[in-house]
Design a protein. Structure first.
Lengths: 424, 306
């Protein structure tokens, strides 16, 4: 018989240690490869439309640059893109560019030494700032741009017009901009039996879930204040309390389920609303007659700030031909290719004057115009970002979803924890 | 000393052993496995121990950062973390339910199958299929069964718990324990079925001659006869249970509700992989190894003391 006393050790630690075990050996740094040209590899998300867009862009590039061939592939399978990228950085197998970067993961990868500071490229900072405008500052980490802001999916309240009509709400003008009106409408939906639940945010515990319940409403309520500003958590105030109280009421009144849906609740008709971005228009085009309204605020702000849910592009230090990578990055985010992205995916390129630059597209697709008009905020670039969001989610779940602790305790406790994490 | 004519001189037999042993070919055959054990088992384990005592994080190749020795700091950090302590409590709840249930049910069911009941083949398949099926698929079925609007609550009607099974702080871990017991049962039944073949038939016959009924024969002949297998089942159930990850990750959505089903391995995943804190993750791993080691030793001692 083998030694059962030793066996669990390997099972537990192999996964953690193996990744580290691969981290030895040499490799290039950003500086050594900064001007290199030649073949490069880029990773795309596994979104079907994005892959199609990416392949078209790569094909166009390769036709004109036979000596600097670009190979595009989907991000390798993993429970999330971030985990696959973290492992690739550690193992030295990261590609040159990844077109699916979440801002929350960037500080960790900078700490790993995995990302190229685009500000150190001659026209890096100016290209980003010309493209994005004043909002570019949000994407700075340690005073450098380690990501190029690429596209956003502004979060709005998506609703099922048929369910609204059944509940006696006006599907064209639901008038649910304030918390009071929203809660009244939600109760009307449930009480009328039009749907089992009014809204169904995912109640699960992943660190990113606040971006689709608390955070859009907090940005709206606070006029765009990020979760952490100047090294301090901001949400332990009247704005944070208003939002937390709102969601706590949603859960305690049974307007939203406390467990995850086993299917697509919108398509199944078991809920009337979801927080979603413009991607949802195409997704539900054949199954649900959906409408969109801005996220609610306590006073019914007509043009609230909401969560951008951006995905950006980063260059990795493992890239040997960073000169080519930078040129391809600019090519793929040109006005023409941004327009192709908008056309193919309905997602909003993060560039100034979106509405006027692509006026024809929005004239032909009016459903998307409302998303282009949204004012947006994003996740702040802070140390220990994922850990901070996880701490926030744990405390939020306890107080707001399950009601085992108080909202005040959640706000002050989570703020204190996050203050400690961002100071480390 | 003289040598007789016609005889040959023999070298005295040496007791010296070469590093490759008496059978170099045998050592050669064993070498791939040895390399596997060293590369996949011993080295990562040793490295994880090293990580647990240092301020460590993963870096890109070629990036050199100081990784100072921090003594027991990582262990102090995790032992002061309420979530870590809760995860070990949760595992305790799981093991208290899962391990006895596993031992008793697998032994009883294996005994029934061994006795040649009708439809035994069908029962065997029914027990093995969950074990052979990927947990991810089965979790989907259990979600449908045990969700608020699921089949179980529909059958229970007004007796259905509120909050429901998977979102109740007191029921989530017991539900997971039941799920794992059901899923793993086929494997343990297989172990007991093999062990039952080694219990001499004569013992049953003589006990029967002495007037023992079926229950008494089971208790006094079968149970002692499969004791070593019971220890194996105990140890394996403890190890499997303590390493619980997939079920709280999928069935209760990441250790919910409100941390009621969070487990040490789930925290290792969160801290080490998601949050890039491999040092504290390794410290949790070390603590878990110690806990599992102590429990496995205790289970093994049961076999020795009787």
């Amino acid at each position: 018989m083998k030694h059962p006393r030793i066996a669990p050790a390997a099972a537990l630690l192999t996964a953690v240690a193996l990744t580290a075990a691969c981290s030895g050996g040499g490799g290039g740094t950003g500086g050594e490869n900064a001007s290199g040209t030649g073949p490069i590899t880029v990773w795309l998300s596994n979104n079907e439309q994005e892959v199609a867009w990416g392949k078209a862009v790569v094909e166009a590039w390769n036709a004109e640059h036979p000596d600097e061939e670009v190979t595009a592939q989907e991000i390798p399978a993993g429970s999330s893109s971030e985990e696959a990228i973290t492992a690739a950085i550690t193992a030295g197998t990261a590609p040159c560019l990844v077109y699916n970067i979440s801002s929350a993961a960037v500080p960790g990868w900078v700490r790993q030494g995995g990302l190229v500071n685009l500000s150190q490229i001659e026209d890096g900072a100016s290209y980003i700032e010309d493209r994005v405008g004043d909002g570019a500052q949000t994407y700075l980490t340690d005073d450098g741009y380690y990501q190029l802001p690429w596209k956003s999916n502004p979060v709005m309240v998506m609703y099922n017009k048929t369910v609204f009509e059944k509940a006696g709400l006006d599907p064209e003008n639901p008038d649910m901009a304030t918390y009071d009106d929203f809660l009244a409408g939600a109760r009307q939906i449930v009480d009328s039996g039009a749907a089992d639940s009014a809204i169904w945010p995912s109640p699960t515990n992943e660190f990113f879930q606040p971006w689709f319940d608390f955070y859009p409403l907090y940005l709206a309520e606070s006029g765009g204040t990020p979760l952490v500003e100047d090294g301090k958590a901001t949400f332990d105030d009247e704005n944070g309390k208003a939002v937390a109280d709102f969601w706590a009421t949603v859960y305690s009144d049974g307007l939203a389920p406390k467990e995850a849906s086993t299917d697509d609740a919108m398509s199944a008709g078991t809920t009337a609303m979801q927080l979603a971005g413009p991607w949802a228009i195409a997704s539900y085009a054949d199954s649900v007659d959906v409408g969109f309204m801005p996220v609610p605020t306590s006073d019914g702000e007509a043009d609230p700030v909401t969560f951008a849910d951006s995905k950006n592009v980063s260059m990795f230090t493992a890239c040997e031909n960073q000169g080519t990578a930078w040129e391809f990055l600019k090519f793929s985010t040109s006005e023409e290719n941004d327009g192709a992205l908008l056309e193919a995916t309905g997602q909003m390129p993060l560039r100034t004057d979106l509405g006027t630059t692509y006026a024809d597209y929005f004239a032909d697709n009016p459903a998307y115009e409302v998303f282009a008009d949204q004012r947006t905020g994003d996740v702040p670039s802070i140390p220990n970002s994922v850990e901070a969001w996880q701490a926030f989610r744990d405390a939020y779940s306890s107080a707001v979803i399950f009601g085992t602790t108080g909202v005040d305790e959640f706000l002050s406790g989570a703020a204190q924890t996050i203050d400690g994490l961002v100071q480390e | 000393m003289t040598t007789r004519p016609g005889t040959t001189t023999r070298e005295p037999r040496t007791t010296r052993h070469h590093w490759w042993g008496r059978q170099p070919i045998g050592s050669l055959f064993a070498l791939p496995y040895l390399v596997f054990v060293l590369a996949i088992f011993a080295y990562p384990l040793g490295f994880a121990v090293w990580i647990a005592f240092h301020d460590y994080f993963f870096t890109a190749p070629g990036v050199e950062v100081p990784k100072p020795f921090v003594g027991l700091d990582n262990f102090v950090t995790v032992l002061q973390d309420p979530q870590v302590l809760e995860s070990f409590r949760n595992i305790g709840v799981f093991l208290v339910i899962n391990v006895p249930l596993t031992v008793v049910l697998s032994m009883v069911l294996a005994n029934a199958l061994n006795a040649g009941i009708r439809w035994a083949a069908a029962y065997r398949v029914a027990f093995y299929v969950p074990y052979l099926t990927a947990s991810v698929s089965l979790v989907g079925v259990w979600l449908l069964l045990f969700s608020s609007g699921g089949l179980v609550n529909a059958v229970l009607g007004p007796l259905a718990p509120d909050p429901s099974w998977l979102v109740s702080s007191s029921l989530a871990m017991p539900t997971i324990a039941l799920y794992v017991t059901w899923k793993q049962l086929g494997f343990y039944i297989l172990l007991y079925l093999a062990a039952l073949q080694n219990v001499p038939r004569e013992l049953h016959e003589s006990a029967e001659t002495d007037g023992a009924n079926a229950w008494q024969r089971f208790l006094n002949v079968t149970v002692p006869g499969v004791r070593s297998t019971t220890v194996l089942v105990l140890v394996l159930a403890i190890i499997t249970g303590a390493n619980l990850f997939t079920e709280p990750y999928l069935l209760t959505n990441g250790g919910g509700p409100d941390g009621a089903s969070v487990t040490p391995v789930l925290l290792i995943y969160q801290r080490g992989i998601q949050q890039q804190n491999p040092d504290t993750a390794a410290a949790i791993g070390m603590l878990l190894v110690i806990v599992v080691g102590v429990l496995s030793l205790a289970a093994n001692r049961i076999n020795r003391e009787r």
